[in-house]
Ligand binder design. Structure first.
Ligand code: ADP
Ligand code: MG
Length: 336
């Protein structure tokens, strides 16, 4: 019996861990979850880690996925105005999304699902909706009508929530914690445009995080060096479709219901926790360069790299940027 179980388990473990890795080397693995290719490189090695990270992601998806039957989000979105009790984590992320929405003048709006559904971004059935449909759906995106009372969430009938702008950030934070609780002292995790690091590299040097070139997304445009926390990028090149020669991307302007067009093609936010960086990267993309710079000056608790469609690159003072590209580059300094 035992032998049979081992016989089944072993190939699975080998698949998850990849080829044998020398114990002094970091351990690497990857998998696809949350619509994203996730990669891990950590030290010290532990054969249990790939499965633990996979289980944690699976747990979070079953709470936060907007398309999965029975998830917290799915239950909220089908409650037709009645209160729904969710997990403490879901309530916390919703609360965080609402606070960031309020702080960014509504640029982050976790109630845009009725609008993004029309564009088909979550179902991969892309189309340009009729203006009247967008106007009708926008009627249901009022953040002030969402109530969070402990773990009880109430949204008006017709309003639907989508945590796509910050769920991956939260997942990155959780995965980082799971790895640290399991003894990892050095590592880098990449969840699509969300990177989180643990400690420094084994030789004590900082991690080099590449920022994708929005004009050639499989290439790196520049890098930022980091010793802790998260580096999160939102870009119009990440998910989009084309219709009649026009490009429509997945970050929507809650004012108009159309893809945000404020001259930015990529926004990277660096900071301690991934969920804040993720919420901010989406919000700042919607706000455009001027408002993003004002928000950075106001908060002063994050770093920011903006790439505009000119193209030009702007980054906030204090960031350790490397491999700068051959486009105009400007450092954003604090207002005196
Ligand atoms: P990605 O998911 O590609 O990493 P983001 O973190 O920028 O990118 O989040 C974009 C997702 O957030 C969209 O796919 C959609 O689900 C949702 N979304 C789009 N526009 C907004 C917005 N203005 N506020 C909040 N969520 C948004
Ligand atoms: Mg985001």
């Amino acid at each position: 019996m035992r032998g049979t179980q081992l016989g089944v388990l072993l190939p699975v473990m080998l698949l998850l861990t990849g080829c044998a890795q020398s114990a002094s080397q970091p351990q690497s693995w990857d998998f696809f979850a949350m619509d994203t290719y996730m990669t891990f490189k950590v030290w010290p090695q532990d054969p249990a880690l790939p499965e633990r990270t996979r289980t944690e992601i699976e747990r979070l998806e079953s709470l936060l996925s907007v398309t999965r039957d029975g998830s917290d989000l799915d239950r909220i979105n089908h409650a037709r105005g009645t209160p729904v009790t969710v997990s403490p984590e879901t309530a916390e992320i919703i609360q965080m999304g609402l606070s960031c929405g309020a702080e960014t003048g509504g640029a982050l709006n976790i109630a845009m699902y009725p609008v993004s559904k029309l564009w088909g971004f979550t179902q991969d059935t892309h189309q340009v909706p009729a203006p009247g449909e967008i106007a009708d759906a926008l009627e249901h995106t009022d953040l002030s009508r969402i109530s969070v009372n402990g773990e009880t969430i109430t949204v008006p009938d017709g309003t639907e929530l989508d945590l796509g702008a910050l769920a991956k950030g939260y997942a990155g934070d959780r995965l980082r914690s799971v790895l640290q609780e399991n003894g990892v002292t050095s590592g880098i995790l990449s969840l699509g445009g969300n990177v989180e690091v643990i400690g420094t590299k084994l030789d004590g040097s900082p991690w080099r995080v590449g920022i994708a070139d929005p004009f050639a997304p499989s290439e790196i445009l520049c890098s930022v060096m980091t010793r802790s926390g998260a580096v999160v990028t939102s870009g119009s090149y990440q998910r989009y479709f084309e219709e009649n020669g026009r490009r429509y991307h997945h970050i929507l302007d809650p004012e108009t219901g159309y893809p945000a067009e404020q001259g930015l093609v990529s926004v990277t936010v660096t900071g301690e926790d991934g969920v804040t960086c993720d919420a901010l990267s989406t919000a700042l993309f919607v706000m455009g360069k001027e408002r993003a710079v004002a928000e950075w000056n106001r908060r002063q608790d994050f770093g920011m790299i903006l790439i505009t469609d000119e193209p030009a690159l702007y980054y906030t003072e204090g960031l350790d940027m490397q491999d700068l590209p051959a486009i105009p580059v400007e450092v954003i300094s604090h207002e005196p």
